[in-house]
Design a protein around this ligand. Structure first.
Ligand code: NAD
Length: 497
């Protein structure tokens, strides 16, 4: 009998009334390590009602109080970051060093949210008319739902939860059912840091829980991260119910290498960004666009580096771990087969890997395809695995056209020593996050994270200034303190007096 991973409502673990359960695995062994409760709509309603009650008091908590809770939470997460990384590796599979990096990026958002008193400062205009002042307020929206994907079980919840809470909202977090344990720890540690009961609740579940959150009238805003079809669905259903929604979707990130680039640095970057976290990152590089004549030399340098990569159990100091589930590993493996069948050249075929780990793990080694063309499924689809496709083009313009024709627009990078070419690319490319000689250009917590086109439905990005705007409503006050000179009847529109 495996341990049950429950929900967390009003400051306590909560089993819920539903008897539906999901399996949780250790991807490096293939063994089932837990069972997660899958919430019914009634379970979700219990969490939303708790959040709704808590939101009424929390919106009035002073900025100093909210910021003190965030500082205390930051200290707890920082002190326990190794434990959190172990929990991530045990359910997701990514190697420990990478899991520690994920925790670090989450900590940075908590630190940003500690500064909420400055981030929420409004504007004041004195004497907009004689003795009339005007000023802005930003107030919480109420109950917000955060729905997160499997690939960053700590960082993605932390993109939203600290900012939402600091802005005075109450949250219902619905983590991925594939690796739910880390979210539960975060909620418990937030409570330990002094967050009042009900301000952060976790409901575990699948589509049934997501639909219940999208339909519940008390949920006023939804932050979603996941694949594009579900992001589109969440955006459409949530906005149809009158909620504000930011839904971050899938990606196909291109790295363009110009002929003048340093090919050793470009090859290092392609390997790190293509195979880190087994390619299960929304900012992973999956398409490498080599502007000729660099193709042959670049592919040789990448293959040389791949020969030194060790795939295996994330607890054994390997470079790359397993894929998250058996079904996902099978799906990625079938794309490798489809690439070969379509005529791409498999320079390195990850299906042959000999992992340093349990034979029951969900293994697939790093795979490199050369001579990929844009109609092949290994290029058109988001594979979300350790498969890097090289496409060769004749010029900068051809590279730009290829990137801009792609329906996704999450991240991209250009490798060059020509500042003018890099500047042209940052201006012309239709992608939300651009790296110049930086393969994974993830914005820091005080900037905002988000893509364009099919990588984001909605307009505001995650964390930073956009996060504060998403989790607050603007209000403008115009005020005049009465003075006897203000009397008299005048039905006209106010003028500049
Ligand atoms: P997913 O879309 O399968 O699941 C995301 C969330 O939606 C989970 O909480 C899941 O329970 C829920 N869900 C799944 N199916 C649903 C349905 N039919 N109806 C309602 N809810 C449903 O994504 P995933 O496999 O967990 O994560 C990988 C995807 O997330 C990739 O496409 C990746 O690019 C994307 N991603 C994007 C970003 C970004 O910032 N743009 C960041 C991380 C991951």
């Amino acid at each position: 009998m495996s341990a049950l991973i429950p929900h967390f409502v009003e400051g306590k673990r909560f089993a819920g009334a539903s008897d539906r359960r999901g399996d949780v695995f250790d991807p490096a062994t293939g063994r089932r390590t837990g069972e997660v409760a899958l919430a019914s709509a009634a379970d979700v309603a219990v969490a939303v009602e708790a959040a709704s009650r808590a939101a009424r008091a929390w919106r009035d908590a002073s900025l100093a109080k909210r910021s003190a809770v965030l500082f205390a939470f930051r200290e707890l997460v920082h002190a326990r970051r190794d434990r959190l990384a172990e929990v991530i590796t045990a359910e997701h599979g990514k190697v420990l060093a990478d899991a520690a990096g994920e925790v670090q990026r989450g900590l940075e958002v908590i630190e940003y949210a500690c500064g909420i008193p400055s981030a929420l400062r409004g504007a004041f205009s004195e004497n907009v008319s004689t003795e009339v002042d005007s000023y802005t307020l930003r107030q919480p929206v109420g109950v917000v739902a955060v729905i997160s994907p499997f690939n960053f079980p700590v960082m993605v919840p932390l993109w939203f939860v600290p900012v939402a809470v600091a802005c005075g909202n109450a949250v219902v977090l619905k983590p991925s059912e594939k690796d739910p344990s880390a979210a539960l720890l975060l909620a418990e540690w937030f409570a330990e840091a002094g967050l009042p009961d009900g301000v952060l609740n976790v409901v575990n579940g699948d589509k049934e829980a997501v639909d219940a959150l999208l339909d519940h009238p008390e949920v006023r805003a939804v932050s979603f991260v996941g694949s594009t079809p579900i992001a589109r669905y969440v955006y459409e259903r949530g906005t149809a119910a009158g909620k504000r929604v930011q839904a971050l979707g899938g990606a196909k990130n291109h790295m363009v290498v110009l002929p003048d680039a340093d090919l050793d640095l470009a090859a290092d970057a392609a390997v790190n960004a293509g195979f880190g976290s087994a390619g299960e990152r929304c900012m992973a590089i999956s398409a490498l666009v080599a502007v000729e004549p660099v193709g042959d030399a670049l592919v040789a340098k990448i293959a040389e580096r791949m020969a030194g990569l060790r795939t295996g159990d994330g607890r054994r100091g390997c470079d790359m771990g397993p894929l998250v589930t058996a079904a996902h590993a099978e799906r990625v493996r079938s794309y490798v087969g489809a690439g070969v069948a379509a005529g791409a050249v498999a320079v390195v075929d990850g299906r042959d890997v000999a992992p340093d780990g349990d034979p029951g793990g969900f293994w697939l080694g790093p795979t490199l395809f050369d001579h990929v063309s844009p109609e092949m499924s290994i290029y058109t689809d988001e594979i979300f695995g350790p498969v890097l496709s090289v496409l060769r083009v004749g010029s900068y313009d051809d590279a730009l056209d290829l990137v801009n024709a792609n329906p996704y627009g999450n991240g991209t990078a250009i490798f060059t020593n020509d500042g003018g070419a890099a500047r042209r690319y940052q201006h012309e490319v239709e992608v939300g996050m651009v790296g110049i000689n930086v393969p994974i250009p993830v914005p820091m917590a005080y900037h905002s994270f988000g893509g364009w086109k099919s990588s984001l439905f909605g307009d505001l990005h995650a964390h930073g200034e956009d996060g504060v705007r998403f989790f607050t409503r603007g209000k403008v006050v115009t005020s005049r303190w009465l003075d006897p000179r203000h009397g008299g009847v005048n039905l006209g529109f106010p003028t500049q007096s």
